[in-house]
Design a protein around this ligand. Structure first.
Ligand code: OSB
Ligand code: MG
Length: 369
């Protein structure tokens, strides 16, 4: 693969409803959509998951633009790519900026799989034909609206419910949900809203049969999480704290968590995500695929990754219509009986709808080798 042309589009899409976390609300999503084209005219698609404001990790739409355009594309234009893993290695000397790296590497993976006439799932080594999925529900101010949402998702068969929590909207909030849904497969995500001093407070969550508590403590911590895990019956799952294979190795060694949330963007791409998957499999650590409110291209990459065997827990990959009035892929991602069919067609297995992409595009730049 010799990349000849890379198109960087900036899209702005409005979500059906604001997504509220311990940090605040997101409703307008701006992101980069990458189209990479090689010497034969074959293209591949990637989506950056960085958002407008650096509340989740340090990256933003603007930092990813800079990295993609000024640093990473020049590296790709110097390469002859035999396999996408080489892109991971070529980006390795560049510190972090994982979401920017993942967006480009994802486009190369899609292109590579298409040339091999393999689905992206198969190209990654995944064999599942369908994946079980869950849904992540943001903080709600009205309990009856939340109950209605849960009931609607239960009807569609969603297999796991994740609720955001924050100090002041946690124990009583989760108790109320548990009382309304005594057998619901449910977990919570704090997005780093607590400290070790809250350990006794968080112990109250142990009574609600939660599958796990995601990222209760600092975004860059693995030591305090190990201390907290010793004081909690509920398994801890790490999200923000995991950026690399070494982070996962350290977390396993220290006992900082029992479950890992793998997000392609946060760990720097599919190659890194697969390596983390393999390490977790070796250690018997369960993993699931986290979501970043992706549009269709990013969602398709998540589906392909989740086809790997150690993704034994339902992740965040809900159907397109949960977020969007109209997604950018054809067909849209649909959930039936709580499952998504893993596409068989080459690459990401969904067509990008160029007309729809155009309606959301607010900027476009073309780079030539
Ligand atoms: O912490 O998992 C998170 C969305 C954006 C940033 C961080 C997180 C999330 C989600 C949403 O929980 C998952 C989704 O539906 O895509
Ligand atoms: Mg999270």
């Amino acid at each position: 693969i010799r990349l000849e042309k890379i198109i960087v589009r900036k899209l702005k899409m409005r979500m059906k409803q604001p997504f509220v976390t311990s940090y605040g609300a997101v409703q307008n999503k701006t992101f980069l959509l990458i189209e990479a084209i090689d010497q034969s005219g074959q293209n591949g698609w990637g989506e950056s998951v960085a958002m407008d404001y650096p509340w989740y990790t340090e990256e933003t739409v603007k930092t990813t633009e800079h990295m993609v355009e000024d640093v990473l594309i020049p590296i790709l234009f110097k390469m002859d790519i035999g396999h996408p893993d080489e892109v991971n290695r070529a980006f390795d000397p560049i510190r972090r900026n994982n979401m920017a790296k993942a967006a480009l590497e994802g486009a190369v993976w899609d292109l590579y799989a298409k040339k091999q006439r393999l689905s992206l799932a198969k190209a990654l080594g995944g064999n599942k034909t369908s994946i079980a999925v869950g849904v992540s529900l943001g903080l709600q101010d009205s309990f009856s609206k939340l109950v209605k949402q849960i009931e609607e998702k239960l009807e569609q068969g969603y297999k796991r419910f994740k609720f955001k929590i924050k100090p002041g909207q946690d124990i009583d909030y989760i108790r109320a949900i548990r009382q309304a849904f005594p057998t619901l497969a449910m977990m919570v995500d704090a997005n780093s809203a607590y400290t070790l001093e809250d350990a006794a407070h968080l112990q109250q969550l142990d009574q609600f049969q939660l599958l796990m508590i995601e990222q209760p403590l600092a975004h860059d911590d693995i030591i305090d999480h190990a201390r907290l895990q010793k004081q909690l019956k509920t398994p801890i799952c790490l999200d923000e704290s995991i950026h690399s294979l070494d982070d996962v190795r350290h977390a396993i060694e220290l006992g900082s968590c029992q479950v890992i949330n793998i997000k392609i963007g946060r760990v720097g791409g599919l190659t890194a995500a697969k390596q983390i998957h393999d390490l977790c499999k070796q250690h018997g650590v369960a993993v699931w695929c986290g979501g970043m409110l992706e549009a269709g291209v990013g969602r398709a990459h998540n589906i392909a990754l989740t086809a790997l065997p150690q993704f034994t827990l339902p992740g965040d990959t809900a159907g397109s219509s949960h977020y969007w009035y109209q997604d950018i892929i054809d067909p849209e991602v649909t959930v039936k009986n709580g499952e998504i069919q893993v596409p068989d067609a080459p690459g990401i297995g969904y067509e990008v709808n160029r007309q729809v992409v155009e309606t959301y595009t607010i900027a476009e730049k073309v780079f030539q080798r």
